[in-house]
Design a protein around this ligand. Structure first.
Ligand code: SDX
Length: 391
């Protein structure tokens, strides 16, 4: 069963993007990567195995995955000149701005090796981006806390290397926490793709002009930064902290949302496609209790989030508008328990979504139907008129 197509609804939406990567049924709350249910992948797979699946269409053999993992590990180093790029930025720079700028800057080191029509270039730059984006994100974090950048440790797994780059330091031996490691792996898997969301559509649109992977991914990072998209995970924590610090009751806050006072929204709620519970949000909520308990963290913001959800799910305002928690509602509480500052939440989303962006960029490049993206317009402006004095 391949699921609904636009034909099932009696029309052919020629403007719709054709893709074989991810299937979503927003009414049923179904999400599948290349046909595999997200629940099974999150439970048993790894970030890199799922990345291969999204990029190449099938699960890799053990040898394929081992070889790919090895290649990625050996591309984690940034050029020493690029590391100096960070010193030109204020320590207050938001990591998402650093991430998009440094990703665009990466392409300057690979000019002449970034031809979208050269499969070897595309494969190598896929590996370079998967290997280097987490390092750039970790350096943005280290920059913001005034700590020295660490070199990647290629003896560690992808996720553990990333955790060490963020939380290790030169003064002590870093011990990977297996609870954090497994929880982060699952969260990254849950973010790897989501069909034609705003940032993925941006990557496809920019790539459709012939722009290389670095420039296209940098554009996707900028789209994800917005608080209505990937920036929502950071906005949820800010919202919960504001409720806690203001002393305002949850009920009063919900009333303000319903009255649309000052444009306030229940961040982490609602979705363009899911008009039911986001299956990712369900998995994240389930693991939130488990992860915080195993990390020995009690965060009143998790209790506050659950209280908000309980009130919203039983309120006609949200039910009538089919507003449910989305992937961003609970993720921030877990990231916070792991030790990440709020501003690192959206970079974590970007690292998770990178394989999906690259898979869509590649699918678009390989599709002979691809033309330069140019969304249709309905003109509603002024009719023809003459400039004063024009003859
Ligand atoms: C992501 O597309 C993807 O797949 C994205 C994503 C991915 O994996 O890539 O899933 C990741 O971006 C998740 C969404 C994260 N954003 C947020 O949590 C921000 C808060 N959510 C909203 O801004 C909103 O729900 C959207 C933008 C996500 C979706 O908006 P829709 O479906 O276009 O809904 P709408 O704006 O047309 O609103 C319909 C009604 C309106 O009320 P009325 O005008 O009918 O009175 O619902 C209300 C809206 O005001 N509404 C909300 C609300 N979201 C919609 N009211 C309060 N709080 C909210 N969060």
């Amino acid at each position: 069963q391949t699921g609904h197509t636009s034909l099932d609804y009696g029309f052919v939406n020629t403007a719709a993007t054709k893709s074989a990567i991810t299937y979503i049924d927003g009414d049923e709350g179904i999400l599948r990567y290349r046909g595999y249910p997200i629940e099974q992948l999150a439970q048993g797979s790894t970030y890199l195995e799922v990345a291969w699946l999204l990029l190449y269409g099938n699960l890799p053999t053990a040898d394929q995955l081992g070889d790919w993992d090895d290649k990625i590990r050996h591309h984690t180093l940034l050029h020493e000149d690029l590391k100096r790029f960070f010193s030109s930025l204020p320590h207050t720079a938001h990591p998402m701005s650093v991430l998009s700028a440094a990703t665009a800057a990466l392409s300057t080191y690979y000019e002449g090796q970034s031809d979208p029509n050269n499969p070897e270039h595309v494969e190598l730059n896929t590996i370079r981006l998967l290997a280097k984006l987490p390092v750039i994100a970790a350096y943005a974090h280290k920059k913001s806390i005034g700590q020295a950048f660490l070199y990647p440790d290629n003896t560690l797994s992808f996720v553990d290397n990333f955790l060490k780059l963020n939380f290790g330091n030169l003064a002590e031996v870093y011990q990977v926490n297996p609870v954090t490691s497994r929880a982060l792996e699952r969260l990254l898997i849950l973010h790897e793709d989501h069909e034609q969301n705003a940032s993925t559509s941006t990557v496809r649109l920019v790539g459709s002009t012939g722009a290389n992977q670095f420039s296209s991914i940098s554009a996707g990072i900028n789209a994800l930064y917005g608080p209505l998209h990937g920036g929502a995970n950071e906005a949820v924590l800010d919202m919960l902290a504001r409720i806690r610090d203001s002393g305002e009751s949850v009920e009063r806050f919900v009333e303000r949302v319903k009255n649309k006072e000052d444009g306030v929204k229940l961040m982490g709620f609602g979705h363009r496609v899911y008009k039911n519970y986001d299956p990712r949000a369900k998995l994240v909520k389930e693991s939130a209790d488990e992860v915080l308990t195993e990390l020995g963290v009690h965060d009143p913001l998790l209790d506050l989030a659950k209280e908000l959800e309980e009130i919203a799910l039983n309120d006609d305002y949200f039910r009538e508008r089919r507003l449910y928690p989305n992937v961003d509602f609970y993720t921030g509480v877990i990231y916070k328990a792991m030790g990440f500052p709020t501003r690192m939440f959206t970079p974590l989303f970007a690292i998770g979504r990178l394989p999906g962006w690259l898979a869509h960029w590649t699918e678009m490049q390989n599709d002979p139907q691809t033309k330069i993206g140019r969304p249709q317009q309905l003109y509603v402006g002024s009719g023809a008129r003459d400039y004063p004095g024009a003859s």
